[in-house]
Design a protein around this ligand. Structure first.
Ligand code: NAP
Ligand code: G4F
Length: 337
């Protein structure tokens, strides 16, 4: 039986990955920070509550990592924990740099010191492409991060490569484009949309307020992406891979997809900060722009080229953005019954 350790096991990807590894017969350990001890809702939804052996783990405690790696014999280590909300990273630039950047080299160094045979996965991100230098973005595209989060992740990405090249660490970096699910954090735009529209469909009285609706994202399903992470660690040689669908969609179109799934039919009016959406059936305004949600610097376009992952890992996204919007809208609507 192989042993895997997942940091961020209470998060969206951590929960899906834990279920995948449990189904494959792994013994799964997970790092849980003190604040989230009661936050196993995602594990309950996926039917794996109590099946992950949890350990007190905070990315701000390097000695704790050393003690943990000394105590456990870990075959595969997935570093998914992070301050993962881009929007918050401008208010928390130092914390984000410590947790998403510095902690990664501390982890890599602890592994190198006490557990050099462990295979390591780093959760890199399409946010590193930022102001995109090439379309679509692939493993070789020049990075141009646009947020403290993106900058910290670039540091971690290059540290992962550096440990691989310097010390032979089996360290792979997955450059994952946005991936969502019914377990997505409520602050991210897709879930914010499906939750608000579901409440409206249940008779609620609110207006969904959004920031930049012209930004485009390459959205896939988290369940598909954790399979790609696992495949990376099964390769003889560690490497970097883009996981993406190859399709990009504006935020506004995602709103339309989720709205249609819930029985709305939106007519868009106005422009820029004055844009709003009215439901043609009821005549009610249900969406509007609020500049409060604009970011100091935006990533306007993300579209990935997953060709390398397809060829080398045999990995392909199976869920379209339309299916994803319908899945999330249905989950949130049903949960309100
Ligand atoms: P998520 O749902 O926000 O989960 C983040 C996890 O990190 C949670 O378990 C959280 O614990 C934990 N965490 C946060 N700060 C921590 C700390 N100081 N010490 C220990 N644990 C801490 O994120 P996700 O969507 O699953 O993403 C997983 C990883 O992939 C992240 O590194 C993210 O940056 C990266 N990524 C995500 C996407 C995407 O579209 N989802 C795309 C590319 C890369 P609590 O439960 O206690 O908060
Ligand atoms: O859903 P988002 O907050 O995701 P973002 O910033 O793309 O980051 C996510 O994907 C990254 C991969 O590229 C991950 F690394 C990261 O951890 C996270 O999972 O925002 C998506 C877009 C942005 O352009 C944002 O400006 O939606 C736009 N947006 C418009 N209105 C909004 C809103 N985003 C949020 N969260 N809330 C809004 O009201």
């Amino acid at each position: 039986m192989k042993t895997a350790f997942i940091t961020g096991v209470t998060g969206q990807d951590g929960a899906y990955l834990a279920r995948l590894l449990i189904d494959k017969g792994y013994q799964v350990h997970g790092g849980v920070r003190r604040i989230s001890h009661s936050e196993f809702e995602r594990h309950e939804i996926l039917g794996i509550a109590g099946q992950v052996t949890t350990h007190e783990f905070d990315l701000s405690e390097p000695n704790q990592m050393l003690r943990l790696f000394t105590k456990l014999k870990i075959d595969e280590f997935y570093n998914l924990a992070a301050q993962s909300f881009v929007g918050a990273s401008w208010e928390l630039p130092i914390y984000t740099s410590e947790i998403d950047g510095l902690a990664v080299v501390q982890m890599l160094d602890a592994l190198r010191t006490v557990s050099p045979e462990t295979r390591y996965y780093q959760a890199s991100t399409s946010e590193m492409f930022g102001l995109v230098q090439e379309v679509p973005q692939r493993e070789t595209t020049r990075l141009y991060p646009r947020s403290p989060y993106g900058v910290a992740k670039v540091f971690a990405h290059y540290m992962t490569i550096n440990y691989r090249e310097s010390f032979g660490t089996h360290a792979s970096s997955g450059i994952l484009f946005n991936h969502e699910s019914p377990l997505r954090g409520k602050e991210f735009v897709t879930r914010k949309i499906t939750l608000a529209l579901s409440r409206l469909a249940r008779g609620g009285d609110e207006i969904l307020e959004l920031g930049n609706m012209d930004a485009r994202r390459d959205w896939g399903f988290a369940g598909d992406y954790v399979e790609g992470m696992w495949r990376m660690l099964q390769q003889d040689a560690a490497d970097d891979y883009v996981l993406a669908t190859g399709v990009t969609t504006p935020i506004r179109d995602f709103v339309d997809m989720a709205a249609t799934a819930l029985g709305f039919d939106i007519a868009w009016e106005g422009e820029g900060e004055s844009e709003f959406g009215v439901d043609r059936k009821s005549g009610k305004r249900i969406v509007q722009v609020n500049p409060k949600f604009f970011r100091p610097a935006e990533v306007d376009l993300l579209i990935g080229d997953p060709a390398k992952a397809e060829e080398k890992l045999g990995w392909k996204a199976t869920t379209t953005v339309q299916q994803l919007a319908e899945m999330m809208a249905k989950f949130d609507y049903d949960a309100l019954a």
